[in-house]
Design a protein around this ligand. Structure first.
Ligand code: OAD
Length: 251
């Protein structure tokens, strides 16, 4: 691993426009469970029963009760970890421009990144199914399930359920950022859910280096990514940044 940490620090030192693509794994060290793998949410719940838009619309109370409320609670307690703050430091250093995240937890913004594309939406906001008024999850009245808007309509989280389209502006901005970067950091994603999983390939086809940080191999390893740094994102990012700062001091 030490060799890859050094190599990543050197690649980052050379890079001028880094874009990060992140997934659930980056927030594991903040206490938010991933979707797949050991302890993953989809180990306990069938996504088609709880995360498909048709499931939500046919029984919003069930989806709120089992999944949405629990996730809003766990996200509400979570704080950014060293991987989130590492990406924010890379932005402050003038290296990283954009974070494209599949996560709905708002932790990149909490860490200080200013250009965050929330590809799968956010749990920070709710929207009324009837009048489309928005409100903040943190201040919404969630004791009654499903929660309701002042107009009486049912509130939904402003995330993308399976069966829904990614917002066109997110598709466009992500494609543009991926096509313009010279280095993409792919952190904590299994890269199995499209179209997000196709973003590293856009970067690679445009000539960027693609570095993965993940304790496990993914669909990108050995094909799309140049190399994988195996380990938990917080620890890896901290080591990469220490090495990078040493390198930049020497220069
Ligand atoms: P997954 O749950 O599919 O994958 C999590 C990844 O994080 C796996 O590759 C793990 O090996 C890795 N991982 C686990 N712990 C880690 C750690 N400490 N540090 C770094 N990586 C770690 O999550 P996503 O790829 O984000 O979509 O899933 C993509 C989409 O599938 C989600 O956005 C969600 C889900 O269904 C929707 O809800 C639309």
């Amino acid at each position: 691993m030490a060799d890859f940490i050094k190599r990543a620090a050197e690649d980052i030192a050379r890079a001028k426009n880094i874009v990060a693509l992140t997934g659930a794994g980056i927030s594991v060290e903040s206490g938010i469970p991933p979707f797949r793998g050991k302890g993953g949410i989809w180990e306990k719940f069938d996504p088609m029963e709880y995360a498909h838009i048709d499931a939500f619309l046919s029984n919003p109370a069930k989806v709120w009760q089992v999944l949405v409320k629990a996730l809003i609670d766990v996200i509400g307690r979570a704080k950014p970890n060293d991987a989130h703050t590492g990406l924010a430091r890379l932005e402050r250093m003038g290296k990283l421009t954009t974070v494209i995240t599949q996560n709905v937890d708002g932790l990149h913004q909490a860490a200080g990144n200013t250009d965050v594309i929330e590809y799968h939406g956010s749990f920070a906001r709710l929207r009324c199914l009837a009048c489309r008024t928005r409100c903040e999850s943190a201040t919404a009245e969630l004791s009654r399930i499903p929660p309701r808007c002042a107009c009486g309509g049912i509130l939904r989280p402003e995330c993308i359920f399976f069966g829904e389209m990614i917002a066109p502006e997110h598709l466009m901005r992500s494609g543009k950022a991926a096509g313009a970067c010279d280095l993409m950091l792919v952190v904590g994603t299994s890269a199995v859910v499209y179209p997000a999983a196709g973003i590293p390939e856009i970067a690679r086809n445009a000539g960027a280096k693609v570095i993965e940080i993940n304790p496990e191999k993914t669909e990108l390893t050995g094909s799309i990514s140049d190399y994988l740094i195996r380990g938990p994102a917080g620890r890896v990012m901290q080591q990469v940044l220490e090495q990078l700062e040493r390198l930049l001091q020497v220069r």
